[in-house]
Every structure is written in C-alpha cells, then in structure tokens.
Design a protein around this ligand. Structure first.
Ligand code: XMP
Length: 514
C-alpha cells in the first residue's frame, strides 16, 4: 500500500473526477469515496490529506450530504473546494448564503501567500473558475481569509490552528490558471506526500495482488483488440504467465488486419496464450436481414457471450477467474454520492456478464483513468500501435454498415476504412484525432468512371476530437488530405463512387451513425 495517498470525498460535483486526475498528475495516489465513510474507515485508510469536493447541494438543505465534524479535527489536512468549503464553514460555526450565482472566470487576489498559496506573491491577482450558487458570508471563528475577489470577500480561508483549508473556486478546472500549483501545495507542502504514484509502482502493486488472488488457478480474458483489455491481459500475464488464456472472437465485424494484429501483438510479441475463435459465420447468420441498430447491438452482445462461454468451457474448464478491463470512471459511478448504481454495466470487453457467472473477477485497471491505462501499457512494453489506438465499438463494423449487414458490404467498408486510416497516419494526424472511421451508407448515387456510368454506394467519413466521447467536434482536416482520401477510396474500392465528410458535432449528432 502506498502511504502517499489522498482521499477525495465526493459531494456530487461534475468536477470530482477532475480533482482525482489533477492529484494523480502530481504522482500522488488518490481515491474518490462517498461522504458516508465513517471516521474509523478513514483512519484505517490512512490518507495524508482529505479533499471535500464541490457539489450541487446547499449546506442548509434537507437531507444533504455532510461530514462528521470530527473529520476536521483528526490531524489530517483537509481542503474543501466550493461546497466542501461551505461545509467546513457550516460545521465550524460560520455562515453560508445563497442567492447570487457566480459562474465562469473571476480574478481573486491572494491576501496571504504561503500554505495553499505558497509561491504566490502577496497581493497577486490570479484567474480562477467559479461555479456556485451559495458562498461563505461569514468565516468560522478562528479562520483567516487568504484570498478574496471583487464579488466574494471570502474566496479562500484557512484555520489558524489546524491544517484545514477552503477555496470557493474550482482549483481542478483548467481555467483556474494556477490550480495545479494550489493542488501541488496541498499535496506536498501541506500533506507531506511524496510523488510515488507511477505506472511502474502501480504495476508492482498489482502483480502482487493478482498473484495473491489467483493462487495456482487459471484465468481467462476476452480480448477486444482495444487498449483496456490489452493492458489488463498483459498485466495479468506478467503476474501468472501461462496460466492466463486469452480468447479473441473474430466476429466477422472487425476492421482490416485487426485479427492478424491482435495475433501478432499477443501471441508473437507478448508470448501470451491466445485462442482465436472464428465465429464470423454465426454472427453474420444471426444478423442477416436485421436493420434496426439496437437489435443489431443486442444480437451481437448475446452472440458474443454465447461464443465466449463456449470457448471458455472448451479451453479453460479449470479457470476460476475472468479478467475485465474495468476502468476507474466506472467504479466511481457506483460509489458516488448518488449511491451504488442500480445498473450493471454491460459495455466491458466480454459484452456483458451473467449474474450467475461462475468466475471470480480480476479487474487490474479499476483504479486507473484511460490515460493512465495507456501509461501502464507503455510501461509493460505494449507496442504503440496497440496503446495509442482510437476507440472501436464492441459491435464493430456492424454499426458502420447502415441497415442490414452482409459480407460483401463489410468487405467494401473494410477497404475504405483501411485507406482512410492509412492516409490519416501518413499525414501524421492520427494522434490529433480522437476517433476516425468510414461508414457505408445504404444509398447509391450515379457517377462516371472512364467512359462508364457507375451506380454505387456512398461512403461517409467521420473524424472527431473529444475528451471522453460524451461530446465531440468534427475534425477540421486540411483539404488536401481529404482530397487524397476521397480519390484513393473512389479509385481503389469497387462499390463506392462518392465520398462525403461528416461535419456534425455531438450533440446533436452522435459519433457513430447507428
Ligand atoms: P456515440 O455514437 O454514442 O459513441 O456518440 C460514443 C463512443 O462510444 C462508442 N460506441 C460503442 N462502444 N458498444 C461499444 O463498445 C457500442 O454499442 C457503442 N456505440 C458507440 C463509439 O465508437 C464512440 O467511441
């Protein structure tokens, strides 16, 4: 266990995950936990510091999340952010008021450098991000004011006799220009943490945990070709070697060269025991004539589980564990202030789990964010082609051939998609784009090639920038790159005579077309 650890108590802010990311960027381990954790639990967890997040509640509301006042007297440094600061004020005898919302950039003046503001100049004005309805109108007795703004005299405070701090603005948001400095001051100067959280240290800890969990048994892992399952598999492989068996299902809905690339990476490069199950005939048979996108998704998900279970039974009947690429954002969701989520997530690598599953779960990435997964992958020696790749949806090309799916159309799409990605890489743009792919439309248009009239399908190209896939913007390609891609697709792919570029953002469109 890394003793350099900070506990973040989540009061429901949309920015709580960002606090965790910022602390981890300082190489300090942290976890997000709900406000219901007892003082005993916290003492046992032994954080070097505690952050109380923002949240949508008002401290005077009914039934709002709160904290045991003893939390502020445990001798562990506490930083309250926004609602967290208001909660400290409330618990310590100060006053909070609502009525004046403040949202957006603001300037605060640092009255007192040192502490959270170590390295700031006295009287320095700095840009911060405010997002609150309530604010502190009277600090608790024994607190002094360390920063103020034109609208809010008490923008930051600090207890005189204990390491308890509050800031009304959001230190975790990029618009707070020196937010990272404030977080770093809290973690290192105030809490006394060391920057020990690295991909290497994470791997070492996980290896020991996985070995302890699996013992002499076997584990299986469904590979999707994506980053998460690849990193999870290579971590478990490093822990238990040959006793990990990976299963890769060729659904017939994969991109060009995908199966070969997975085989090359895992079997040859990583030396992992890999079973490739060719179930393309079954998938395409079950999908025949189905046009509705959600029905297609269901059929694919169910077929995936059937095939995976059958393969697992056949090759690893003594396997007692299943490796999943669950990430920290999924874990946070089920632990948040809103309480355990009722929904069981079904989007993981095996396409959904059965309730009566006989496997124990190994989730070696459950404490990591996506960018950290990539760092761990690099540290484990996974090739960049695997670690840096764009996301690819579980239902694969089936949701990119619009309407009913069949083999010839999948093959046309595969060729167009490969040319598209090839040209993006050649132009050096792959890493600037969050996700790029081709879509085959069930629309035919007239063209002319040589002296011949053609009547063929339209191909749409999609490329987006995004942070997390929740919102997205279309990517502004240089026109010459688009021109080259279009010319090559039309010339080289029989079955496509027209190429369009999708310039819709999400929302209101989605990234995928189905
Ligand atoms: P949308 O189309 O919802 O896509 O804007 C957001 C991100 O999710 C991916 N996506 C899926 N991934 N199963 C998956 O595993 C699915 O059914 C699915 N649908 C969309 C999409 O590729 C994008 O990255």
């Amino acid at each position: 266990m890394d003793p350099n650890r900070i506990l973040i108590i989540d009061y429901g802010s949309q920015f709580t995950q960002l606090i965790a990311r910022r602390i981890r960027e300082e190489r300090v381990y942290c976890e997000i936990q709900p406000p219901t954790r007892s003082l005993e639990w916290i003492r046992e967890w032994a954080p070097k510091g505690i952050v109380l997040s923002g949240g949508p509640s008002s401290v005077y509301g009914d039934d709002v999340p709160t904290a045991d006042p003893g939390l502020l007297h445990m001798g562990i440094p506490v930083l309250g952010v926004c609602y967290g600061m208001q909660l400290i004020a409330h618990l310590e005898g100060g006053k909070v008021e609502g009525g004046r919302r403040e949202y957006g950039r603001a300037q605060v003046t640092v009255n007192e450098p040192g502490g959270l503001f170590a390295g700031f100049a006295g009287g320095e004005s700095t840009q911060v991000w405010m997002s609150h309805g309530d604010h502190v109108v009277q600090p608790p007795p024994g607190y002094r004011i360390t920063a103020s703004s034109a609208d809010i005299p008490y923008a930051a405070f600090q207890a005189r006799d204990r390491p308890v701090y509050g800031v009304q603005f959001h230190v975790e948001v990029a618009h707070t220009t020196r937010g990272a400095d404030i977080i770093s001051n809290f973690a290192f100067e105030i809490c006394g943490c060391e920057p020990t959280w690295t991909a290497g240290s994470y791997i070492e800890n996980e290896l020991a945990k996985i070995r302890g969990q699996v013992g002499e048994s076997h584990a299986i892992c469904g590979l999707s070709g994506g980053v998460d399952s690849a990193v999870a598999a290579s971590l478990v492989h490093r822990a238990i070697g040959e006793r990990l068996i990976c299963i890769f299902v060729d659904t017939g809905l994969l991109r060009q060269g995908e199966r070969e690339s997975v085989e090359r990476t895992f079997r040859k490069h990583m030396g992992i025991r890999l079973e490739v199950v060719d179930a393309s005939a079954l998938f395409l048979e079950r999908l025949a004539g189905v046009e509705d996108p959600e029905r297609k998704r269901k059929i694919i998900g169910n077929t995936f589980i059937d095939v995976f279970e059958e393969a697992a039974d056949r090759i690893g009947s003594d396997a007692r564990f299943l490796v999943q690429g669950t990430l920290y954002p999924d874990v946070i969701e089920s632990l948040s202030v809103k309480g355990p989520s009722a929904t069981i997530k079904t989007h993981h690598n095996v396409g959904g789990l059965k309730e009566d599953m006989r496997f124990g779960l190994i989730e070696p990435l459950r404490e990591l964010f996506k960018d950290e997964v990539r760092q761990v992958g690099r540290e484990l020696g996974l090739p960049e082609e695997m670690v840096g790749r764009h996301p690819f949806p579980g239902p694969g090309l089936a949701i990119r051939v619009l309407g009913a799916v069949d083999r010839p159309e999948l093959e046309i799409l595969r060729q167009a998609d490969a040319i598209y990605l090839d040209e993006i890489r050649a132009a050096g743009l792959y890493d600037d784009i969050w996700q790029a792919f081709a879509v085959l439309l069930p629309v035919r248009s007239v063209g002319v090639m040589g002296d011949e009239r053609t009547y063929e399908n339209v191909c749409a190209l999609r490329a987006v920038t995004s942070r997390d896939g929740m919102t997205a913007d279309w990517y502004p390609f240089p026109h010459d790159v688009l021109g080259r891609i279009s010319t090559r697709i039309i010339n080289e792919v029989t079955g496509i005579n027209r190429v369009c570029y999708d310039i819709s953002s999400k929302p209101p469109a989605t990234i995928e077309w189905e």
